[in-house]
Design a protein around this ligand. Structure first.
Ligand code: BGC
Ligand code: NOJ
Length: 815
């Protein structure tokens, strides 16, 4: 069953019924001001940091699931009937409903009682505000007398504190109301120099700023007292729950349309200019007023919307494909790229499954996210890399997370996830391959943000590599530490105390448990580092890295190979995990993907055997599960992985993040049919028809699809913020379509289904556009017979951009 459809021409997903199985959401904002918005206008907004600068309040895990958002109410003043044009929160039946999620905007359109309403929500580029551009049309044969009420609930900035510290917070709330603009200024009187504002383009019939007055005692958002009675209370919040509601009266002639603009914004004043007059407690509004005036003008809104569209044209224009597969095309061209931008902006902080208060930017997550967005925003990728590297510890280890606002490592979680440092090497490698900007390696970057500790970025990469060499276990494999990529494989934790964090509790000294996954990651990273060193003419150093990689590869082959597949790890007793000798958890996906990606086993048949084992043991119609057989009970020596019921999350769920590793491995091994088949199994667009089972949005990847051991096999969970976005984008664009960035140019090396006759890709790379047409006359899956660029045959498969900014026509013949 479907709940909508794609409109690829407009780059939109059109939801045609409001009660989707879960809220189907979109993101507003591209730079500093962000919002989440569901298909029924639920969600919230924040400035930079979803925890520390939350503008509007949202209650997670609510019932109904998604209540609280950017709400409007329409009231028919003749009958007193009222409804929400976005369906929530009144959930009054609508005669027509349509939500269009597009690139950085969402439009919700509906009609009831022959009153049509359409609201387009977006954040203009360069501004810290959101626009709700609403138009209301009277389709009746007679005049309509209507009231429109807006409604948002302000958050008292720190979302964590806001949700817990009621004894204080019920007494701190403050607002100002001036010329119809509602200013939320809680704590502005003391240490904050920022406030929120909520404006409306029309003359107001009234307003409310105290939530409980607006709603009335014992009422919810579905039936606010002010809306029911058709008149605001003009309440002024002083403590309790600051809220924003405008009341506009609208008399519409038959056929008449009127536009009402609502703006919600964030503004900062210099600390010494907070008040006007200076000795008062009144907000200084001199710099915010021109902004408000500008965007209350429809002309400027149209221009801002056009600018947003152009911004996305630019981002998406970097890579466009025309292949025989509709689902691959729309994901690569539109939605997967869009999701990569969301993971760039949000990391794992704020979605409908990430509360915005739990996690900052993950060291490993953000580095992997780079793989998906570096081509769209290279300058910001550079900045991100330098921020991440500045949280690295002098010993090469890394803070597992950092807070985007402060850019400081998170002490509560600390470090000791022994895979972390290597992702920095892979992130930097991806940046260098995309941009050719070798200067980044010489940027001085501090350790642990300590001024004075700056060393060139390249030195950080060296230390990342050495981190593992200093932490080898009994088999010469890397010690795992708190966990590796799999946060839930906690081999030094041994927790028997409820509520203890599996990630930060360590009861073992950590000198025994080893990770074959980190070994694979190390080999790949060390090879990249060798290539980088060679480019810097550090040939002896490059040889050393290769020697370390070779030695690690040997350790993997000797102690990490189980006969049919790669072992996953060794536990604190030195016993293998992910081996045929295990009762449960005999085979894991991660080392199969990463060891092969590192090149291990490609020549001696191990890779093929491992991939066949994945196909036989782990592949399901809904994707590849993380391990089999699932752990049926809690194993204290394994940690969180065995805490999940079988089939969920890391315990044999289809953890989509590592499916693309197998896709890449298959592509490396030359099996295009299988690579593409695996891709299609998790491709949300290809799963659109099973929406009732899949439940999450059909336009973005979810972190997990329930594995075959779960009763809900095939159900997706935790959509939007997942490493799946970047890895899948990377796997499809660079390994299936095979337009791959290398240090010296763009490599053409497709691995496609044999039945494909060809495809086209347009790729902007280092300032030049490559229009590539690939033909597959003999129906092969891999192999390039000839490459012709601008009429001249290229030697090999690598295209060298000449920095001329030209457009090139490239013809590729497979065979
Ligand atoms: C999740 C990770 C998270 C970890 C921490 C895992 O189940 O997949 O996202 O970091 O739990 O508890
Ligand atoms: C999600 C986390 O954000 C990521 O860092 C981790 O690798 C995966 N879960 C697997 O545990």
């Amino acid at each position: 069953m479907k709940f909508g459809h794609f409109d690829d021409g407009k780059r939109e997903y059109v939801i045609t019924q409001p009660n989707t199985p879960l809220p189907w959401i979109n993101y507003l904002g591209c730079e500093a001001y962000f919002g989440l918005i569901s298909n029924t206008a639920g969600g919230y907004s924040f400035y930079r940091d979803a925890r520390l600068r939350r503008l509007t309040r949202y209650r997670y895990n609510n019932a109904p699931f998604d209540v609280g958002g950017r709400y409007l109410y329409i009231r028919d003043n003749e009958t007193g009937q009222f409804w929400s044009p976005s369906w929530q929160p009144t959930r009054t039946p609508l005669d027509h409903y349509e939500c269009r999620h597009g690139m950085g905007y969402t439009t919700i359109r509906s009609s009831r009682l022959q009153i049509e309403a359409q609201t387009c929500y977006f954040v203009p580029m360069g501004q810290n505000l959101e626009i709700w551009q609403c138009s209301v049309t009277n389709r009746r044969r007679k005049p309509a007398r209507l009231s429109i009420f807006s409604s948002i609930e302000f958050c008292l900035w720190d979302a964590q504190d806001d949700a817990t510290n009621f004894q204080r917070n019920f007494s701190t709330g403050q607002v100002e109301i001036e010329n119809g603009v509602i200013y939320h200024k809680t704590e502005y009187r003391e240490r904050r120099n920022h406030f929120a504002w909520f404006a409306c383009s029309e003359k107001l019939a009234g307003f409310d700023t105290q939530r409980d007055t607006f709603l009335g005692a014992a009422r919810g958002w579905d039936n606010p007292a002010a809306v029911e009675r058709g008149k605001s209370f003009n309440s002024v919040a002083y403590g309790w729950a600051p809220h924003g509601s405008h009341h506009v009266k609208l008399n519409l002639k038959p056929g008449e349309t009127r536009q009402i603009i609502f703006l919600l914004g964030y503004h900062e004043n210099p600390v010494d200019q907070k008040f006007d007059p200076p000795d008062s407690q009144t907000i200084n509004k001199r710099t915010v007023k021109p902004i408000i005036a500008k965007y209350l003008d429809g002309k400027n809104i149209a221009a801002a919307f056009e600018e947003l569209r152009r911004y996305w044209d630019g981002l998406l224009g970097v890579y466009q494909v025309d292949s025989p597969d509709l689902h691959a095309n729309r994901m690569v061209n539109i939605w997967n790229a869009c999701q990569c931008m969301a993971t760039f902006n949000m990391s794992r902080s704020a979605s409908f499954y990430e509360s915005g208060i739990g996690r900052g930017l993950g060291f490993r997550d953000s580095n992997q996210d780079l793989l998906g967005f570096v081509q769209m925003v290279p300058a910001r990728a550079r900045e991100r890399i330098l921020d991440i590297a500045a949280t690295q510890l002098a010993g090469g280890g890394a803070f597992h997370q950092y807070q985007p606002l402060t850019k400081r490592g998170n002490n509560d979680i600390g470090s000791g996830f022994n895979d972390d440092p290597h992702w920095l090497i892979l992130g930097v490698a991806a940046y260098l391959k995309e941009t050719g900007d070798w200067s980044i390696l010489d940027e001085p970057v501090p350790f642990e943000n300590e001024p004075g500790s700056e060393r060139p970025l390249y030195e950080h990469l060296r230390r990342s590599c050495h981190y593992t060499l200093e932490r080898l276990g009994p088999h010469g494999l890397p010690l795992i530490g708190r966990a590796d990529w799999n946060d839930c494989l906690n081999l030094n934790c041994f927790s028997d105390t409820p509520g203890q964090s599996f990630q930060t509790t360590t009861n073992k000294d950590g000198k025994v448990a080893e990770s074959v996954f980190i070994a694979g990651l190390f080999v790949l990273a060390a090879k990249e580092l060798a290539a980088i060193a060679r480019k810097r003419k550090l040939n002896a150093e490059a040889r050393r890295y290769l020697a370390h990689a070779a030695k690690m590869e040997e350790a993997v082959c000797r102690h990490g190979w189980d006969g049919q597949w790669f072992v996953r790890a060794y536990d604190d007793f030195g016993k293998p995990i992910g081996s045929k000798v295990c009762k449960e958890g005999k085979i894991f996906i991660e080392p199969q993907g990463f060891c092969i990606m590192a090149g291990i086993g490609l020549k001696d048949g191990k890779a093929r055997l491992a991939l066949e084992s994945v196909n036989k043991n782990l592949a399901t119609p809904h994707g590849i599960v993380l391990l089999q057989p699932a752990y049926t009970k809690y194993y204290i020596e394994l940690g969180e992985i065995s805490s999940y019921p079988p089939g969920y999350k890391e315990n044999a769920g289809i953890f989509c993040h590592n499916n693309p590793w197998i896709i890449i491995a298959e592509a490396m091994a030359g099996n295009g049919d299988r690579a593409f088949d695996y891709y299609t199994r998790i491709n949300p667009s290809a799963r659109e028809n099973i929406g009732q089972l899949h439940r999450c949005e059909p336009y973005v990847f979810a972190q997990m699809i329930a594995g075959r051991d779960a009763p809900t096999h095939g159900e997706a969970k935790n959509s939007w913020l997942t490493g799946t976005a970047a890895w899948t984008y990377f796997a499809v664009t660079q390994w299936i379509f095979g337009i791959r960035t290398e240090y010296d140019g763009l490599l053409i090396d497709p691995c496609i289904p044999a039945r494909w006759k060809g495809f086209k890709v347009s790729r902007v790379f280092r300032g030049e556009t490559f229009n590539i047409e690939v033909r597959n006359p003999s129906g092969v899956m891999k192999g390039v017979r000839r490459v012709v660029m601008d009429g001249v045959e290229v030697v090999g498969q690598l295209l060298h951009p000449a920095g001329t900014g030209r457009t090139h026509n490239v013809l590729v013949e497979m065979g």
